[in-house]
Every structure is written in structure tokens, then in C-alpha cells.
Write a protein that binds this ligand. Structure first.
Ligand code: G1P
Length: 294
């Protein structure tokens, strides 16, 4: 079985739900406490052993490429000023030489189309997809690390899922599990559907935005017709792939935070501040203080 070495990060979206903040700054670069949202997602993937990152970008997203590059002037200045701690953090953010590729999605045709844009860079091997709108605080290993561990046992295709309140099922991809309550984290599925009407959703298990897929999905994406919202949906291509390949849903341990809308972004920001290893306790006092001030 080939290992999962590469990841696709679709970062072409406009960030419409968080405008005007995203008018001149890519939404993936918005700060979530002390680092850009995208840094959490890249770190999650690195922890899972990902060696190569394919960013599917669009116009106005150059900041992403700069962020993961070496910042020569900045590093030289910090070095001269002996700001060692901050220099180490700056260096840790960059990706190693040759570990990042960038390609542009030329039109906003949907997530499935964005993933298809990475086809040549991925080639003929299994790969991960991480949607950077979602930060997952994994318990006992990052979400993708947990998935890669499961993949090394069962192979095939694996998608992370978690429960969402019934009134929000129409905002996500939703899976149709074979049985209502599986014992372990791996769940067998009969199908999946993108953004179902609330009363037609097959379950409350939403697709989190973390995937391990086999490269045959690209053939299906290439012929995929538009689905929900008139977009080429990854969920629709995966549903088709299910007829010829093994698919598991995976209930990861941890909590996801969606940064895609203003209030959820606030929640993600507070949660990451509280989870910070050194500053968490102080952040809690600050947040409590804000609430008291009213
Ligand atoms: C995408 C996927 C959907 C998934 C969601 C997770 O939707 O298409 O299946 O549940 O991400 O955030 P989007 O948020 O791009 O509409």
C-alpha cells in the first residue's frame, strides 16, 4: 500500500462570509489567536507525515506563497537583533525547499474542481485533502494523523465526520451510515450527499473537511457534472467512487472549528487562544474580563 505523502489545500475561495475582512487578505491568512488559520492546518498535516503540500490558489492569494517561503530580510534582521525565540517561530512556519507547490483554480467552479486542479501534482498515489476553513483540535494526535493511522490499517478512502445539529445539516456534506451506532471510529457507509435539505439528510454526521483519497477520484472529478449550488462537488465524485472502492467514514477524537463565518470564527479564535500551551490560562482570564466588562 502506498503511503499518504501529499496533501491538497484548496485556498482559492473568496471568503464572502467574512467580508470585508477578506477584501485584501486571503481568508486563510486571517489570524486565529497567534497565527494564520492556515498554519494550524499545515501543522496538522505535518504531524500526519505529509511531505508535500499542493495549494490550489486564486487571484489575490500571493500572501500564502510568501508566508510559507523563507523570509530572508526578516530572518537576517531578527538574527542581528538576537531575537532568537521569535526567529525560531518564523523559521518553523516556512515549508522545506520543494515541499510546496502552487496552482491556480482559474474559475470558482466548486471544491471538486479545485481538487481536480491538483491532479498533475499529485500523480498516481493516495493523497489527503484538508479544507483550511476548518481548524481541528485533535485529541491524542492531529485529526489527519488519526486518519493516516487508520488508513495504514484499512486502506481505501477515508473521510472525517462529526455530528452537527439537525438544523445545520443542509450546510455540509452528510453521510449515510450503514448502522446507527458503530462501536469504533471507523464507520461503514451506504452513501453521502452534499448539502441535503434538513428533512432529507440521511444522518447528522457531516463531512468535516479532511479526506484521504485514492487517485482514481480524479477520473471521476474530470467528468463530474455540477451538483449542489451549481458547483462541481467533491462529495458527488466520492459517492461515485464508492461503487468501485472501499470507503470509510472516520469519527476522529477532537473538536472542529469552522472559520468560514463571523461568529464561528470568533469561536475558533477563542478556542485556539484557550488551547494555547503557554498563553491559554492568561487568555482565559482575558476572555472572562471581557465578559465582565459587558
Ligand atoms: C465543503 C464540502 C462539504 C463539507 C464542508 C466542511 O463545503 O463540500 O461536504 O461538509 O466543506 O466544511 P463548503 O463549506 O465548501 O460549502
Amino acid at each position: 500500500m502506498k503511503p499518504v505523502r501529499k496533501a491538497v489545500l484548496p485556498v482559492a475561495g473568496f471568503g464572502t462570509r467574512v467580508l470585508p475582512a477578506t477584501k485584501a487578505v486571503p481568508k486563510e491568512m486571517l489570524t486565529v489567536f497567534d497565527r494564520p488559520a492556515l498554519q494550524y492546518v499545515v501543522d496538522e498535516a505535518r504531524e500526519a507525515g505529509i511531505e508535500h503540500f499542493v495549494f490550489v490558489t486564486g487571484r489575490g492569494k500571493q500572501a500564502i506563497e510568501d508566508y510559507f517561503d523563507k523570509a530572508f530580510e526578516l530572518e537576517t534582521t531578527l538574527e542581528a537583533k538576537k531575537k532568537d525565540a521569535i526567529l525560531a517561530e518564523v523559521r518553523a512556519a516556512a515549508l522545506p525547499p520543494g515541499a510546496a507547490s502552487f496552482t491556480r483554480q482559474q474559475a470558482a467552479l466548486g471544491l471538486g474542481h479545485a481538487v481536480l486542479c491538483a491532479r498533475d501534482m499529485i500523480g498516481d498515489e493516495p493523497f489527503a485533502v484538508l479544507l483550511p476553513d476548518v481548524i481541528v483540535n485533535g485529541k491524542g494526535g492531529s485529526c489527519l494523523k488519526q486518519m493516516v493511522d487508520a488508513y495504514n490499517e484499512v486502506g481505501g478512502n477515508i473521510i472525517a465526520v462529526d455530528e452537527v445539529p439537525q438544523e445545520r445539516v443542509n450546510q455540509y456534506g452528510v453521510i449515510d451510515p450503514v448502522t446507527a451506532g458503530d462501536a469504533g471510529p471507523l464507520v461503514k457507509m451506504k452513501g453521502m450527499v452534499e448539502k441535503p435539505p434538513i428533512d432529507k439528510a440521511p444522518s447528522r454526521l457531516k463531512i468535516t473537511g479532511r479526506y484521504i483519497l485514492q487517485p482514481q477520484v480524479f477520473d471521476l472529478l474530470a467528468t463530474q457534472t455540477p451538483g449542489a449550488g451549481g458547483e462541481i462537488q467533491l462529495t458527488d465524485a466520492m459517492q461515485r467512487l464508492m461503487s468501485s472502492q472501499d470507503f470509510h467514514a472516520f469519527k476522529y477524537a477532537g473538536q472542529d472549528y469552522d472559520c468560514g463565518d463571523k461568529l464561528l470564527y470568533l469561536e475558533a479564535f477563542a478556542a485556539m487562544a484557550l488551547a494555547h500551551p503557554e498563553l491559554g490560562a492568561k487568555a482565559k482570564a482575558v476572555l472572562e474580563g471581557v465578559l465582565k466588562k459587558g
